[in-house]
Design a protein around this ligand. Sequence first.
Ligand code: HEC
Length: 288
Amino acid sequence: MPEGSGLFGLAAAAGAGLTVLVGASQASDVRGLSMPALPVSTAESDEAEHGLASAQYPWPHNGVFSSYDHASIRRGHMVYQQVCAACHSVSLLHYRDLVGVAYTEEEAKEMAADNEVVDGPDDTGEMFDRPAKLSDPLPRPYANEEGARYANGGAYPPDLSLITKARHDGQNYVFSLLLGYRDPPAGVSVREGLYYNPYFPGGAIAMPKMLADEGVEYDDGTPATESQMAKDVVTFLAWAAEPEHDERKLMGIKWIFVLSLVLIQAVYYKRLKFAPLKSSRVIVDAVN
Ligand code: HEC
């Protein structure tokens, strides 16, 4: 993540009260941005350094009693597969993880069988290709980090398995990031190969805008708008990072129910045992 001073605030800086002077050496640290040293407000410099704070969205699974929207996980997997998988891996996911969550066993087997994986060695000591099975991980787009960087102009598309946990306010951040592409404000230039996105720390990201209306085909007839796809893929990534979420909440509810029965019983038992003690008076009658 680039360490830089904030420069996007420039346009708005004129009206800001508190201003600091950013030195030329700091300014040149900002990746992809060539800016002269000019006064910038501290609040806005923070915004550019850490990225614009994302809005808080009402995720359907946020409630105490709410589970994931599994139709959304399924659509999100389609978005991942048709768009993001070209550059990002989700190395912690296997085909079997999708069974019963977003796909039936047959669907997942069929999906796995579309990919070839290397297995072996066989009896003759040779490695061989075979169709993937439920126990295989989802395929990775690149063999290693070097290859991934080479194909992406030096930037590394991170593994997305845990991304919603690896970033501050992960779900809202990824959602905002995917929809946050816009033209740079006046006075800000972004180096070739980078794209302006105020939610990304530093403001210049090596990932192009990936979502566009009708970019994905959903099999349930949901209109594939840009924001719908962003919501679905974030739900999928949230599930990937926390697959135990539904089970955890269900267990929590069960435990709290059982423990409340235990509590009622404990209170009753305590009163039962204390009743004679509390309703009797002890009189010390000392004779002289
Ligand atoms: C053309 C390749 C490509 C595709 C397709 C792509 N990305 Fe990326 N993505 C990148 C690269 C490269 C980076 C690293 C950016 C950087 O460090 O400047 C990245 C970074 C990210 C990040 C991390 C940002 C951060 O805070 O570090 C997220 C989250 C992400 N991508 C999500 C997605 C999602 C979701 C999709 C599918 C909708 C997707 N990407 C599709 C290339 C891609």
